[in-house]
Design a protein around this ligand. Structure first.
Ligand SMILES: [Zn+2]
Length: 326
């Protein structure tokens, strides 16, 4: 070893020069999809009481996330970079034709109950067939809870079939095969949340949650996405979709669930039947709430008591494949 080399090693050791570890996103291609866009004149549903539009929040967070990803060596495909209308199929096509390693759709949620505010992250199809997307969704749900809710409250990680029971969400369906998620980070129908969502600093925290989750996703091994079979084998469970979720009856989802549990304890046939109806109504009113999985599990148990073995089994599969435990 030459004196010069020994000297160099000593200097490096003394200075404790850190070896620069590249981010797990370095070299990855990520498709970011800010939901909606260009609908201010035609859509009065996706707007908060204070006038903030969902599509504007989605875009602000998406552009911040793009910067973070690019600063860490990732390549980013944006389905839109302005307040533009882009067809759903086109959004998914950008991910597939661009051979993205991950598809991330950014949304914010609305419901009739103004107290409700928690993150919901969707994967496409059945959990056991789309484990890579489930993993990404779980990382994101926990990061959103950490960054936006101080680690408190509930999160839902659910299949997009819970809210679109016939075929899931178009952007995830058309990009199936690529790990993908659609996040409703929080509820702009909650007025305090809408106020926060107007602030750049808060949007930045949300973008950080996405960034952290994407780094976690790429630092873990992923299993291959399987052919989608299970969702089409289950009977459709009809639910209130999108604007219908603003109906007053949707306000009762939590009461229905709690009353259902009380009636279930009564054990007489009439009470059990009434409990079944309440669990059903709760799951229809708010199919992606944090109690919806339990509603389906109770439905399954009651159906079994009523000797409806096949229906009971289908409900058990629905709870297991469409709802991930926290
Ligand atoms: Zn949306």
């Amino acid at each position: 070893m030459t004196v010069r080399l020994i000297l160099l090693i000593t200097v490096v050791a003394l200075l404790k020069i850190p070896a620069t570890v590249p981010s797990p996103v370095s070299g990855k291609k990520i498709c970011i999809d800010p939901g909606h866009g260009g609908t201010a004149l035609t859509d009065s549903y996706r707007v908060g009481a204070l006038g903030e539009r969902e599509e504007w929040i989605n875009l602000r967070v998406a552009l911040m996330l793009k910067k973070m990803l690019e600063a860490n060596g990732a390549q980013v495909l944006m389905t839109r970079s302005k307040d533009d209308r882009v067809e759903l199929e086109k959004r998914a096509e950008l991910a597939t034709s661009g051979e993205a390693d991950l598809f991330v759709s950014i949304h914010h949620n609305a419901t009739a109950d103004r107290n409700v505010n928690f993150p919901i992250v969707y994967f496409h199809g059945a959990a056991s067939e789309n484990d890579a997307s489930v993993q990404a969704a779980k990382f994101l749900a926990l990061e959103l809870k950490k960054q936006l809710f101080n680690g408190k409250g509930h999160v839902s990680v659910v299949s997009d079939y819970t809210i679109f029971p016939k075929k899931g969400a178009a952007v995830l369906r058309h990009s199936y095969g690529i790990p993908g998620l659609l996040a409703e980070a929080s509820f702009f129908t909650n007025i305090d949340e809408e106020k926060r969502l107007k602030e750049d600093g808060y949007n930045e925290r949300e973008a950080t949650a996405f960034m952290n989750a994407i780094e976690l996703f790429f630092s873990h091994p992923q299993s291959k996405i399987k052919e989608k079979v299970i969702p089409d084998q289950l009977p459709v469970f009809h639910v209130l979709e999108e604007a219908d979720r603003m109906k007053p009856e949707a306000l009762n989802w939590l009461n229905d669930f709690e009353s259902g549990k009380e009636l279930f304890k009564e054990k007489d046939t009439a009470s059990i039947q009434k409990a079944y109806e309440l669990f059903t109504r709760s799951a229809r009113s708010f199919p992606d709430s944090w109690v919806a999985r339990e509603c389906h599990e109770y439905r399954s148990a009651i159906l079994l008591q009523q000797k409806k073995v096949e229906e009971s089994k289908e409900e058990r599969i629905r709870a297991k494949e469409f709802y991930i435990r926290e």
